[in-house]
Ligand binder design. Structure first.
Ligand SMILES: [Zn+2]
Length: 421
């Protein structure tokens, strides 16, 4: 029998897509604290039905080996749907051979790091080589665009001078480190013709690099994250508590928030993601005496949709249609999942959020579903609440209850990407 859901007075929207999450990721001697099970379940509670996680190649090893490791953690454990980006940390002749296979397997976006030297960073020679091959095979290169050498220098300098509190994490990654790398990435993408996407952009200087690229008719996609729109660097001006928001890049200034909101409305910023990479407080304490040892990242996967609605739509900063674009439709289009995901239409997956636009509630760690013991938004009252969520036509969340078990979530294989949406 058909099921009837009464959505009177509700908004009915496509399920959210968060294309930037890190679940159970090995990092800085520990693992991010949400598993595929807890992370995708928390995402569903917040109206996000699909996430894209990052597989990290180990330098010296193959892409295939990394894919197997990540598949082992995800398969049978995800509650919501998921897909993978492949982070290429060591581009050489054998990696090059694997790009085509990855694309055939539905992994069509390749993440690069211009920072974290010796672990994740590739140099410009590798970047150009990767871009040429990825363009040739029909994929996209995405980037963590910050100048790794400059940051390493500033971190070292601060440590030597005895500047060890969390605020020095922020002061070691000034805006110029991101602006410079964003411009360099755009230049290399322009030269090779490879579709490019900058993840977690935070600041005016970086967005202006992309704005400049439009003057030569280049398109570079830009993602920001919810925290860069809502929070600012003043949170680091407290003792160790500032470690809650230690992430890279760091939170910025009020003027950068204004730039990012404007960038969304100007069509320069297409996606609002989270860079969800949660740690428990005990893990953050690893950096108690040294900011450079604080695991980078914060929990956000559950509240992106409600926060952006409350602070963006309700406060008149973005329209409801823009909200749907930046939380769902654009990510589906950019990453080769449209129209399976990102829209409500005949033939699509029926990932649907039923949202109560006027219901107020307060964000608190004691009520959230993420596997971490603090919230970056503790005590914040938001307007608008996810009531019911459908994933592939099945009701999976109803009134704060998850109705499915782990293993329901499916891997989404993505199509080739040509950089046009
Ligand atoms: Zn990330």
């Amino acid at each position: 029998m058909d099921e009837l859901i009464d959505a009177t007075g509700m908004l009915v929207m496509p399920g959210g897509i968060d294309p930037h999450v890190h679940l159970e990721m090995p990092f800085m001697g520990t693992f991010s604290s949400d598993t595929y099970e807890t992370g995708t379940r928390a995402a569903l509670h917040g109206g996000t039905t699909t996430v894209i996680d990052f597989i990290l190649q180990k330098q010296g090893n193959s892409l295939r080996a990394a894919l197997e490791e990540w598949s082992g953690r995800a398969t049978g454990n995800a509650v919501g749907d998921y897909s993978f980006h492949m982070a290429v940390t060591d581009f050489n002749d054998s990696t090059k051979e694997e790009i085509k296979e990855m694309i055939a397997d539905g992994i069509t976006s390749f993440k690069t790091f211009m920072a974290y030297k010796g672990a994740l960073m590739i140099d410009d020679r590798q970047m150009i080589g990767l871009m040429e091959e990825v363009k040739h095979q029909g994929g996209m290169v995405t980037v963590h665009a910050t100048n790794g050498d400059m940051i390493d220098y500033l971190v070292q300098k601060n440590i030597l001078e005895g500047n060890r509190a969390p605020i020095y994490h922020y002061l070691s990654q000034p805006e110029v480190t991101e602006a410079e790398a964003s411009e360099r990435f755009a230049d290399m993408a322009n030269y090779t013709g490879c579709p490019g996407y900058i993840v977690h952009m935070t600041c005016e200087g970086a967005l202006n690099a992309v704005r400049n690229a439009t003057r030569r008719n280049q398109k570079v996609f830009v993602e920001t994250c919810i925290q860069y729109l809502l929070l600012d660097a003043s949170l680091y001006e407290q003792d160790f508590d500032g470690a809650k928001w230690v992430m890279s890049p760091p939170l910025r200034e009020k003027k950068d928030q204004a730039t990012l909101w404007a960038g969304i409305n100007q069509g320069l910023v297409q996606v609002v993601a989270t860079d969800h990479c949660p740690f428990k407080w005990e893990q953050k304490l690893m950096g108690k005496d040294d900011f450079s040892k604080i695991p980078n990242g914060h929990p956000a996967i559950e509240h992106r949709m409600e926060l952006l609605f409350s602070e963006g739509v309700k406060k008149g900063k973005i329209t409801l249609n823009k909200y749907v674009e930046v939380t769902s439709t654009n990510a589906a289009k950019i990453f080769g999942m449209f129209p399976k995901k990102g829209t409500i239409a005949v033939g699509s997956d029926a990932d649907i959020v039923i949202f109560s636009p006027n219901e107020k509630h307060t964000i608190t760690a004691s009520a959230h579903h993420m596997n971490t013991d603090y919230s970056g938004y503790e005590g914040l009252e938001v307007t608008g609440k996810v009531k019911t969520v459908l994933l592939r036509g099945k009701v999976v969340i109803d009134n704060n209850k998850c109705l499915i078990d782990k293993g329901y979530g499916q891997l989404v294989k993505r199509k080739k990407i040509n950089g046009i949406i």
